[in-house]
Ligand binder design. Structure first.
Ligand code: GLY
Ligand code: MN
Ligand code: MN
Length: 462
């Protein structure tokens, strides 16, 4: 955990954003795999971790704004629990590490909350993404589980986003700790991936490396010769010489801060033919986009700059044609780049996505587009110092999209369908790094991870 003062000052900062009411935070419970005692790897809720620090299941915290009380509710382990799990610190000891001096048993919660409801006090809670927590809210607040998110507090979401979006130096250090592991994973994958091997062998080696460092993956590994599928979690393909494998993977730090890195590996040790031009196109777009990241710039404009760069190269290669300003305005580049340039990164890999992307990436100054491609941009608003963004352009040739758009004659003035047809088995290329917005501009976080075409080839030949 961070120093207790970090959590105290985060909670005080949150409290100052409210006049009155209760701020209710639900920690996560263990999630059963196939029976109650056989559970998935435990992951605490990120906002709970941010304000309350305690990384254990079955906790609820309340910040009473009127009384200025910060309390964690939970139950101490019984002797029976300790027989199975070994000695455990008390709740009071665990809470004290986050500067929380008041604790109470879970059985106190129903009465406390029903009294608050009777007194007409506002109870703010965040949107829920786990069914058991939605049910807990139903029991505590009398709101139907299916409807709890309609009653989630927009004020609390905005207040939490305002704090979590701006990372402190201790948080940046954690992200860089995660990146040390990710760097080793990616270098391992570049060295290991070769023709005749199955994707799962490399994925297993990366997972082993992460486990041996005592941390976890920040998200399920995306590793596939079918890199055109944006989030491809199938790892059963045999890799063949001449293919490319997209490796989008990242470890968490010990305090659960994420890293999110993508590299594209040439199987056989050399990017062949048009792979070389398209790899350079993605790399150029990434370099231009990173250069543009600075305070005061809208991330939507950085995204569009990357789209422009990709489109210029795609035109030079002969896959796009016509007036590129009009093509980008209308979204024709969505044939090759179907998603957004990046997202915030922090305790969640898509940071705070569970609070609602409209609160994280958008505000009154920039509305979400409905255009294919641009609508998937998770972050559009103005960058501020302390934000951490991923910058992850890509080029993806998706056969079903080629067929659909061609049949519709869509964007025929901007897309050379005969040329595109020759690329239908191309796959995909993505390059992704994690970038801190600084007062002066930006800093790519972590030690450099090989990305120049020649350095990746050299590692892939080893
Ligand atoms: N790792 C998923 C993403 O890049 O957004
Ligand atoms: Mn990402
Ligand atoms: Mn990624």
């Amino acid at each position: 955990m961070f120093d207790a003062q970090v959590y105290v000052s985060r909670r005080n900062g949150l409290q100052r954003q409210f006049q009155d009411g209760l701020l209710l935070f639900l920690g996560n419970a263990d999630a059963p795999m196939n029976y109650a005692a056989n559970t998935y790897h435990f992951r605490q809720d990120s906002s709970f971790l941010y304000y309350w620090g305690v990384d254990d299941p079955d906790l609820v915290a309340i910040l009473d704004v009127d009384a200025g009380r910060h309390v964690i509710y939970g139950d101490d382990f019984t002797v029976d629990d300790i027989v199975w799990r070994g000695p455990q610190p008390t709740l009071a000891e665990r809470a004290a590490r986050a500067g929380v001096i008041e604790t109470g048993p879970l059985k106190d919660l129903p009465r406390l909350l029903s009294e608050a409801i009777r007194a007409g006090r506002r109870i703010h809670f965040l949107p829920q993404y786990r069914a058991d927590n939605a049910q807990l809210l139903e029991r505590l607040l009398g709101i139907r589980a299916e409807a709890v998110n309609e009653h989630a507090s927009v004020a609390l979401c905005r207040a939490v986003v305002s704090q979590r979006a701006i990372k402190g130096t201790e948080e940046i250090a954690e992200i860089e700790r995660a990146l040390e592991v990710s760097r080793d994973m990616h270098i391992l994958a570049m060295r290991m991936a070769r023709a005749g091997m199955y994707e799962r062998e490399v994925v297993g080696a990366m997972e082993g490396l992460v486990a041996a460092r005592g941390v976890a993956m920040a998200f399920p590994v995306i590793f596939s010769v079918h890199g055109e599928t944006l989030h491809n979690h199938y790892h059963g393909n045999r890799m063949e010489a001449g293919q490319m494998t997209v490796n989008d993977s990242g470890a968490e730090s010990p305090l659960h801060y994420a890293s999110d890195i993508t590299r594209t590996i040439p199987i056989g040790g050399r990017f062949e033919g048009p792979q070389r031009d398209l790899y350079q196109a993605v790399h150029r777009a990434q370099k231009k986009a990173i250069e543009a990241v600075k305070p005061g710039v809208r991330f939507r404009d950085v995204h569009l700059l990357a789209c422009r760069s990709l489109a210029e190269d795609l035109k030079a290669i002969g896959l796009m044609k016509g007036d590129l300003d009009a093509a980008i305005e209308q979204g024709a580049h969505g044939m090759f780049f179907q998603c957004g340039l990046g997202h915030m990164l922090g305790l969640d890999v898509h940071d705070m996505e569970g609070l609602g992307e409209q609160h994280v990436g958008y505000d009154a100054s920039v509305l979400r587009s409905t255009q294919f491609g641009l609508k998937s941009l998770r972050m559009a608003r103005t960058l501020e110092p302390g934000m951490v963004m991923t910058v992850e352009p890509g080029i993806y040739l998706i056969p079903v999209l080629i067929d659909r758009w061609r049949a519709e004659g869509k964007f025929a003035e901007f897309l050379d369908y005969d040329a595109i047809e020759r690329f239908r088995a191309f796959g995909g290329i993505r390059l992704e790094d994690d970038v801190l917005v600084t007062e002066a501009g930006n800093r790519v976080l972590g030690q450099p991870i090989p990305i120049e075409m020649e350095e990746v080839e050299a590692l892939a030949r080893q």
